[in-house]
Design a protein around this ligand. Structure first.
Ligand code: DC
Length: 224
């Protein structure tokens, strides 16, 4: 990996605010922002419901038809699947659950890991997901792991969905968050966990501004 490239990883469970934080940080540092959840969501959305039950060869054949590119920088970074920007269609809780289902599969993880590392070779970035610090960018200069209780995360997700004009039921969201936590933390390949050298931040009691200030404090040596 090119040592001049600044790679910052932010991992954590669903609804913890990684996306918002990674976007803000990328804007602040004028680097690209890599939303790897969007890549898993994009694959899940393209493949459809229950795709994770298909055999490995047919999934591999489907994946061969997909390519990801990252356009732009900072807040305007845009993940494209086959040159088409991924939009609000992938942001539903249902697609989140489909994404978590296919994220268990080696064929999918290997495909996306390669795509993510290729993007990381081209540009400095803030990479956000579940296994950025542990598996995809183990040599990243800075690694963060954001955490918060499932209840706090459900409330944040609820407000986010409302904000996007989507119907939302907080109890259903809490249930889905717990289900996804369980799947993401307990899968055999690249489970959600902090890297040994990650800075772990519990954001339950912190505002977005507090979390950003905390990250920037740790990043001071890279910024000045
Ligand atoms: O961050 P998100 O909610 O958009 O991610 C959707 C799902 O994708 C998540 O439940 C698990 C999977 N995922 C993953 O396994 N590894 C990543 N690096 C990013 C997402």
């Amino acid at each position: 990996m090119d040592q001049n490239k600044l790679i910052i990883t932010i991992d954590g469970p669903a609804g913890v605010g990684k996306t918002t934080m990674a976007r803000k940080l990328a804007k602040h540092l004028s680097v690209a922002y890599l939303d790897t959840g969007a890549m898993f969501r994009g694959v899940a959305w393209k493949l459809g419901q229950d795709a994770w039950l298909k055999d490995e060869q047919s999934l591999a054949d489907e994946l061969k038809k997909m390519s990801f590119t990252l356009r732009g920088q900072g807040e305007r970074s845009e993940m494209c699947l086959n040159s088409v920007p991924l939009g609000p269609e992938i942001r539903t809780e249902t697609i989140g659950l489909w994404a978590s289902n296919i994220a268990k599969l080696k064929v999918v993880r290997d495909f996306l890991k390669k795509a993510q590392q290729e993007i990381g070779q081209q540009t400095s970035l803030v990479a956000e997901g579940r296994d950025m610090g542990t598996v995809v960018f183990p040599h990243a200069r800075y690694k963060f792991f954001l955490d918060a209780s499932p209840e706090v995360r459900a409330k944040r997700r609820y407000l986010q969905l409302k904000d996007m004009g989507q119907e939302a039921d907080i109890e259903a969201i809490l249930k889905q968050i717990k289900r996804r936590d369980d799947q993401d933390r307990n899968r055999a390949i690249a489970p959600l966990r902090p890297a040994d050298d990650a800075i772990v931040i519990d954001t339950s009691e912190l505002s977005l501004e507090d979390v950003l200030a905390c990250l920037l404090q740790h990043l001071k040596p890279a910024i000045v």
